[in-house]
Design a protein around this ligand. Structure first.
Ligand SMILES: [Zn+2]
Length: 211
């Protein structure tokens, strides 16, 4: 006869089942990697639209039954809105497409690990599968700073696949910030030069009046 299990034992068993499910799911997605990469490439296309506006290049697509039903890219500066993140835009469009705030049979592809706001929105929209390009160690909320997507205390958890087209997504970010550094460096030099010219003009002007 089996003895009655303690609450800790039950919790440990539940945790192990969850871990096993996670592993199995990851294994299944690994086998379908090339299909997932195709959607991530679409998210990268979105990210490039952000870059073209001088925005941090982050892009997102939402897929339902093999069809992209929502696209979005970062427009935070352009729209002057905290809410203008790629994932929020894609969720808004996908919800409009299906006519429901619940996106229960959808998968979300995003080039950079979601922030706390977007991870929250993903949980709220009950999106079951999330594919991430590269991680964001300083602000990501899918395992870096926090893990809102897989928090067992919430009523919904997403399955998370990390590192899909990682190199491409991370190069996109690195390239953007390198350009930005070059740009601001050049601007600083320009300002220094103009100020230098102004200074010289002033001194020369003074000398002229003095003489
Ligand atoms: Zn976000």
């Amino acid at each position: 006869m089996s003895r009655i299990r303690t609450e800790e034992e039950k919790q440990a068993a539940r945790r192990m089942t969850r871990e096993k499910q996670k592993e199995d799911w990851l294994q299944q997605q690994e086998e379908k990697r090339s299909g997932h990469e195709r959607y991530m490439k679409e998210a990268v296309k979105q990210a490039k639209k952000a870059a073209a506006l001088g925005e941090v290049p982050i892009g997102c697509v939402i897929v339902q039954e093999g069809k992209i039903i929502g696209r979005g890219y970062n427009r935070r500066n352009t729209d002057k809105s905290t809410l203008a993140h790629a994932e929020i835009a894609a969720i808004r469009r996908a919800s409009r497409a299906v006519g429901d705030w619940r996106l229960e049979d959808c998968a979300l592809y995003v080039t950079l690990e979601p922030c706390q706001m977007c991870a929250g929105a993903i949980v709220q929209a009950r999106i079951p599968e999330v594919f991430i390009g590269c991680m964001n160690p300083k602000a990501g909320c899918a395992g870096s700073v926090y893990n809102l997507l897989e928090e067992p205390a919430f009523n919904h958890q997403a399955q998370v696949f990390r590192g899909l087209l990682e190199e491409e997504c991370s190069q996109l970010m690195k390239g953007f910030f390198k350009d930005l550094r070059l740009r601001t460096g050049r601007e600083r030099q320009e300002t220094a030069k103009t100020e230098g010219r102004r200074e010289t003009a002033k001194t020369e002007g003074r000398q002229e009046t003095e003489s």
